[in-house]
Design a protein around this ligand. Structure first.
Ligand code: FAD
Ligand code: ZN
Length: 226
């Protein structure tokens, strides 16, 4: 109770399986007394491109544009575009970040990747020696909740799904100092029976009930590549 949760959601259709997973999370966490904020990226028409439009006012070096340097400088002088500042505020306040999305090409959809690219600015999320366990977003948890087209069996044959999680969980969240909870994966909602779909939705509700008792994973290479 009293915890703040930010759900960053990337699906176009509220009636989708991802939409149902989102709805469950909002309802269950609200019921627990958490305050829940949703960034519905498609509905917001969130800009995924990292461009100079993200800097308000003068550039640090207008001769040759360097996105990382310019956003870092802009962050320090309070000159980041409004949509970024708003997302950063939500991240800052959150105890838990949930990312809800369908797997696209073994990765997150572009609109969500764009959120990562643009929101997690140097000076805000990390700094020169402030990375991984020293990252700037301390005392926060993250959880990647996603759906796939492929079945669980296919993923077991193709290779452990943990390989896909390395860039997202370790490369982004851990890099910024955010702890990582076990991912939540719903395999092939399009290809299973209605009963199985209901079962997967119930499992998500059940997991959320005891979420705050969970320990973060040991986000080291061994977890991913052992
Ligand atoms: P939906 O189609 O919305 O939902 C599935 C079914 O659940 C629907 O029949 C829906 O009506 C039903 N449903 C919704 N809510 C409920 C409810 N409350 N109760 C019961 N039923 C409900 N897959 C991979 O595995 N690997 C990839 O690399 C990959 N790359 C992709 C790249 C692209 C560009 C695209 C478009 C897809 C890719 N996919 C991939 C497939 C994709 O991951 C799946 O299509 C997606 O995860 C399915 O989730 P959804 O929410 O869109 O499903
Ligand atoms: Zn890690």
């Amino acid at each position: 109770a009293g915890k703040k949760v930010l759900i960053v959601y990337a699906h176009q259709e509220p009636k989708s399986f991802n939409g149902s997973l989102l709805k469950i999370a909002v309802e269950e966490l609200t019921k627990q007394g958490c305050s829940v904020t949703v960034s519905d990226l498609y509905a917001m028409q969130f800009e995924p491109r990292a461009t100079r439009n993200d800097i308000v006012g003068h550039l640090h070096n207008s001769e040759a544009f360097n996105y990382a340097v310019e956003t870092w400088e802009a962050f320090k002088r309070g000159g980041l575009s409004k949509d970024l500042v708003e997302e950063q505020k939500k991240v800052q306040e959150a105890d838990l970040l949930i990312f809800q999305f369908p797997l696209f090409w073994f990765n997150m959809p572009a609109i969500l990747k764009g959120w990562m690219d643009r929101v997690l600015v140097r000076g805000f999320a990390y700094d020169s020696s402030k990375v991984y366990d020293s990252g700037l977003l301390q005392n926060k948890l993250s959880l990647f909740s996603f759906t796939t087209g492929g079945s669980k069996e296919k993923y077991a044959i193709r290779g452990d799904i943990r390989y896909l999680l390395w860039p997202m969980q370790h490369g982004i969240m851990h890099f910024c100092g955010v702890k990582v909870l076990e991912p939540h994966i719903c395999y092939a909602p399009e290809n299973v029976s209605e009963d199985k779909r209901k079962e997967m939705l119930t499992a998500w509700t059940q997991r959320l009930k005891t979420l705050w008792k969970e320990e973060p994973i040991d986000c080291s290479p061994e977890w991913y590549f052992k």
